[in-house]
Structures are given as structure tokens and as C-alpha cells.
Design a protein around this ligand. Structure first.
Ligand code: HEM
Ligand SMILES: N[C@@H](CC(=O)c1ccccc1NC=O)C(=O)O
Length: 295
């Protein structure tokens, strides 16, 4: 998540101040504030609750809108921690990358749990407001695309919808030119002494990484050592957790689509289910999965 332009001031407090205040209030919460309550200054709750503008009078549309917004935030949060992990791996700090990777996997689990909010929705319920969404589709989520790019799922043509939004387009173009998390993992394996071909390390990052037998062989080798000092094996498991939880989100999305619109064409112009299934065939960290056959 990028820095916000306006940062409302929240005055820091010390443990001593908290103890003194609790003693002065007799243990009940503070009830007097000047201006914004500090919760709002930090969480921006008033702003957040102004961001829901449903298109219909249908009571159910609010769940659809809020779930979409909650998922946007989770896409950004997962990307935030994966970027942190990527920076640490670039600095050969494998141990330091484990915590942000575990956080990212947990965010993806929270993201997937958000699908629960739409389990009430039948095709008739969705149809009550679906037309009003026009050509809008989650397919046009720039943050989702940045998350996919970071995970190494790179279909360059998917940034085209953003050509008319130069700032977003520039961010996506930069994301596509930079190495993915997987590219950085592969470079780390090479620095750690695993034999990897030069053209794999110098590849054109804007194209999708294709599973390579040398990367697979490196992981087979890494997983052989069960010792407590094998940080690369821990890294493999943390990345597997991220890919697995991301797959859960995609699977729940697919079943939500099947439940709420069957195989009808999508609002974004695709043929719906069939397109999504093809999109899901692209997998994050492919050699971490295929290597398991040889362990
Ligand atoms: C009833 C609920 C939903 C239905 C029926 C639905 C349907 C679809 C369909 C048909 C597509 C394919 C593109 C198209 O033609 O539109 C798609 C793509 C997508 N949707 Fe949804 N969607 C739903 C909810 C959501 C929500 C809540 C999100 C979260 C923001 C979301 C995010 C996405 C993303 C990121 C893609 C692109 C996937 C990819 O590139 O593989 N969808 N959706
Ligand atoms: N693709 C869905 C609509 C959809 O999911 C959507 C439409 C507008 C804004 C957000 C959407 N979905 C999730 O963010 C459909 O085909 O009806």
C-alpha cells in the first residue's frame, strides 16, 4: 500500500501515559476528545463508509459492493507483504522473508473467507442488479493484476484495459518489466549454489515464466535436507502456502460464478466460466508443485 497523501495526526502515547489515564478514569474508557476521535484519525472509518454507492435499490447489492471493496483491500494487503518478502529475498535474507510470506498467506485466507458474504445469492438475486454493473468486471481490478504479476502470472495483454488511465497503466507496465517474486526466488537459488541456466536468470520478465526442469531439480535437492538450518526448504513451504491459498480464492470465485450466473457470458466480455477456467490453469510457482513428484 502506498503512502496516503494526507496523513491525519495521531498523537503517540507511552505505556506510562496509558497507565496514568486508566488510573485517572477509574478504568473506564476516555470519553472526551477534541476534534476527530483518534480511531477515525487512524482508520478513516468515516471516509470508508462514504465509499459505498450502490447502483440499485436492491438490499442485496450492498453485499456485492462491500465484498468487492474488502477484496480490493486484501489484494493490496497481500501484495504489500509479498513485496516486503521479495525485497528481503533480494538481500539474501531468507529467514526475514518467511514472516511476510506467512502474513500474505493468512491475508489470502481472509480474502477467501470473504466469499461467505455472497453465499445467499441465487441467479435471480444477482439478476436484480447485474445489468446495472454494465461492462464492469473484477477482471478490470488493477490491484488484482498487480498481485498476479508479482506471483509471476503475467499476461501482458491484460494491462490494455488501463490504457485510458495513464497512472494505473504506468504502474502495471513497471510491474510487468520488473522481476516477479518467483524470478527473485530463482535468482536466489542460483546465488545459493544451485545450477541454473543463464538464460533463465536473464529472461524477459514481462513474459510468463515457464516451468523449468533445472528449477524443479533445485527444489527436489533443497527438500532432501530435513535439518533445522535448511531455510530454503522453509521458504519453499511458505511460498507453497501462498500459492495454495491463492488457488483457494480462485476456486471459490469460480464456484461463486457457477452459483450466481452459471455459464452465462461475463460482464467483462468473456465467455464467463470457460475463460476463468483457462485463466486458472496458469499456476503460481509451478516448479514447487511439479518437484513433489520427484521427492
Ligand atoms: C457474483 C459474483 C461474481 C461473479 C458472477 C463474477 C464473475 C466473473 C466473470 C464472469 C469473470 C470473467 C471476466 C468477465 O467476463 O467478466 C470474472 C473475473 C474476475 N473477477 Fe469476478 N465475479 C464475481 C465476483 C467477484 C468479486 C467479488 C471479485 C473481487 C474483487 C472478483 C474479481 C474478479 C477478478 C480479479 C477477475 C479476473 C480473474 C482472472 O484474471 O483470472 N469477482 N468474474
Ligand atoms: N463479472 C461479473 C460482474 C462483477 O463481478 C463485477 C462487476 C462490476 C464491478 C465489480 C464486479 N465484481 C467484482 O469486483 C458478471 O459477469 O456479472
Amino acid at each position: 500500500m502506498e503512502e496516503t497523501a494526507v496523513k491525519p495526526a495521531v498523537r503517540p502515547a507511552t505505556a506510562r501515559e496509558r497507565a496514568d489515564r486508566a488510573a485517572a478514569t477509574g478504568g473506564v474508557p476516555t470519553l472526551e476528545f477534541h476534534g476527530l476521535v483518534p480511531y477515525d484519525a487512524y482508520v478513516r472509518a468515516s471516509d470508508l463508509h462514504r465509499l459505498q454507492q450502490p447502483l440499485s435499490e436492491d438490499a442485496g447489492e450492498m453485499s456485492f459492493l462491500v465484498v468487492s471493496q474488502v477484496m480490493e483491500l486484501y489484494f493490496g494487503l497481500a501484495r504489500h507483504d509479498l513485496t516486503d518478502a521479495q525485497q528481503r529475498l533480494r538481500g539474501d535474507d531468507v529467514w526475514g522473508a518467511l514472516l511476510p510470506l506467512r502474513r500474505a498467506a493468512l491475508h489470502l485466507e481472509g480474502l477467501t473467507a470473504s466469499w461467505q458474504t455472497l453465499r445467499w445469492m441465487t441467479p435471480a438475486d444477482f439478476n436484480r442488479f447485474r445489468n446495472l454493473l454494465g461492462e464492469g468486471s473484477g477482471f478490470q481490478s488493477a490491484m488484482y493484476r498487480r498481485l498476479e504479476f508479482l506471483l509471476g502470472l503475467r499476461t501482458a495483454s491484460l494491462i490494455r484495459p488501463f490504457r485510458s488511465q495513464p497512472e494505473v497503466h504506468a504502474e502495471l507496465t513497471a510491474a510487468l518489466a520488473a522481476p516477479s517474486l518467483w524470478d527473485d526466488v530463482v535468482a536466489l537459488l542460483a546465488r545459493s549454489g544451485h545450477e541454473l541456466p543463464r538464460d533463465l536468470l536473464d529472461r524477459d520478465f514481462s513474459t510468463e515464466h515457464e516451468a523449468h526442469p533445472a528449477v524443479e531439480a533445485a527444489w527436489v535437492d533443497i527438500y532432501r535436507d530435513h535439518g533445522p538450518g535448511n531455510h530454503l526448504r522453509e521458504l519453499g513451504e511458505a511460498l507453497t502456502e501462498v500459492a495454495d491459498r491463492f488457488g483457494d480464492w480462485r476456486y471459490r470465485h469460480l464456484n461463486t460464478v457457477r452459483r450466481t450466473m452459471g455459464a452465462k457470458p461475463g460482464s467483462g466480455g468473456s465467455n464467463g466460466l470457460a475463460w476463468l477456467q483457462r485463466s486458472m490453469a496458469r499456476e503460481a510457482f509451478p516448479e514447487l508443485w511439479s518437484a513433489r513428484t520427484y521427492m
